[in-house]
Design a protein around this ligand. Structure first.
Ligand code: NDP
Ligand code: MG
Length: 386
């Protein structure tokens, strides 16, 4: 029987890669919902190609365009954040959460309620609402599989291992385009420079987050929730070739790593076929043409994001939502050329330590509403400080 699936963020980098895998094995999948935002032409084309039951755009003002593009097909159309949450609540046995940013949280929570598999690319859900998302999965018997390549690597390295025997989780980071830039050079970089990732092809926002190492900072928080370890057990190492996607060190000092070409269809395919392995279209590694694999420690004086993530983890409560909300607002300001590249970390630090939002930040019981409140408060603080 065909497997019922939905993809949220279908028009993005992860979404199109996911559909590329589905396209190769069409008969085995029955697509329920696809979502996008601004790219209506692509969303409509995907919905037609995969005979989706419903196509949803995040933008209310795009509903008419979507309706026109899908007229006569019998495919339902809808728009807005509530419609995305409603579509994500339609039963599926495999759901991909790949909207960018905290805007993806409601889809993640709804997909976590089906008792099947939640393939989680939207790391911001875990950063903003880790406890809430894990509790939702546990309540419904949903299996969460990480799609972020580092966390997929850790998940694979931990397969069948005793969690008590883990000494360190070592997240690899490519270092991004400014790995060797001085602070003076970084001060002047443009959004266009920050978007050009040396090894991975990704959406605009995560590419800029990789350049600032905010992406790795989010991933440290994501790893803490996913693998239930102490913050001190998570380390980051810069590995520019992006061949080793992360490593686990055990108490006997054995290190197990996962390697493959830097192509997200590897991690997506793993989550799609888990617990089995299946052939996929990513290029195999050719060790004879790999010169060397390099490793170094991240320079936190140039990349303060990692320190800020650890501070957020120490604070607990809603600090993850504050951290991410502030980071998103700062990223918006950088791409709008209202602030410089290095100002992003300064603003996130201000939000994280802001006295006015301490009571929201430190609340321990999380609901969707409290997470959204912390996220909004952090964005306000950033915008007030620009
Ligand atoms: P993209 O920017 O390529 O795609 C984002 C998707 O979200 C698009 O479908 C976009 O629609 C949609 N979208 C944008 N804004 C909203 C909104 N406000 N509400 C609902 N939908 C919206 O991002 P990526 O695919 O790169 O990343 C998606 C997620 O996966 C992120 O959380 C990222 O951190 C994570 N991830 C990505 C990796 C990668 O290699 N790309 C690797 C690991 C994790 P439209 O395009 O139609 O406007
Ligand atoms: Mg990653």
């Amino acid at each position: 029987m065909a497997r019922k699936i939905s993809i949220f963020g279908a028009t993005g980098s992860i979404g199109t890669s996911t559909l590329d895998l589905i396209r190769r094995d069409r008969a085995n999948y029955d697509v329920v919902a696809l979502s996008g935002a601004g790219n209506i032409a692509l969303l409509a084309a995907q919905a037609k190609e995969f005979h989706a039951e419903i196509a949803v755009t995040a933008y209310a003002e795009k509903l008419d365009d979507l309706r026109t593009a899908l007229a006569g097909t019998g495919i339902e159309v809808a728009a807005g954040a509530d419609a995305i949450a409603e579509a994500a609540a339609r039963p599926v046995s495999w759901g991909m959460s790949a909207i960018v940013g905290a805007a993806g949280l409601r889809a993640s929570l709804a997909l976590a309620s089906h008792g099947g598999i939640l393939a989680l690319a939207n790391k911001e859900s875990m950063v903003c609402a880790g406890d809430l998302l894990l509790a939702t999965c546990a309540r419904h018997g949903t299996r969460l599989l990480p799609v972020d390549s580092e966390h997929s690597a850790l998940f694979q390295a931990l397969n069948g291992e005793d969690r008590q025997a883990v000494r360190r989780l070592i997240l690899t980071a490519s270092g991004g385009p400014f790995k060797d830039f001085s602070l003076e050079q970084m001060r002047k970089v443009t959004p266009e420079q920050a978007e050009k990732h040396p090894t991975w092809s990704m959406g605009q926002r995560i590419s800029i987050d990789s350049a600032s190492m905010f992406n790795k900072a989010l991933e440290v928080i994501e790893a803490k929730y996913l693998f239930d370890c102490a913050a001190g057990q998570i380390e980051v190492v810069v590995h520019p070739q992006a061949i080793i996607h992360s490593m686990v060190e055990f108490i006997d000092h054995t290190v197990i790593s996962q390697m493959s070409s830097p192509d997200m269809r590897g991690a997506i395919g793993y989550a799609l076929h888990w617990p089995a392995r299946a052939a996929n279209p990513i290029p195999p590694l050719d060790f004879s043409s790999l010169d060397a694999l390099g490793f170094s420690s991240p320079d936190e004086s140039r990349f303060p994001a990692l320190r800020l993530a650890r501070e957020a983890l120490e604070m607990g409560g809603h600090a993850g939502a504050v951290f991410n909300g502030a980071k998103e607002a700062a990223l918006d300001a950088f791409t709008a050329r209202r602030i410089g590249f290095l100002d992003m970390a300064v603003l996130v630090e201000k939000a994280l330590h802001n006295r006015q939002i301490e009571s929201i930040r430190d609340q321990s019981q999380a609901t969707l509403a409290t997470v959204q409140e912390a996220d909004a408060a952090a964005r306000n603080i950033v915008n007030e400080n620009i």
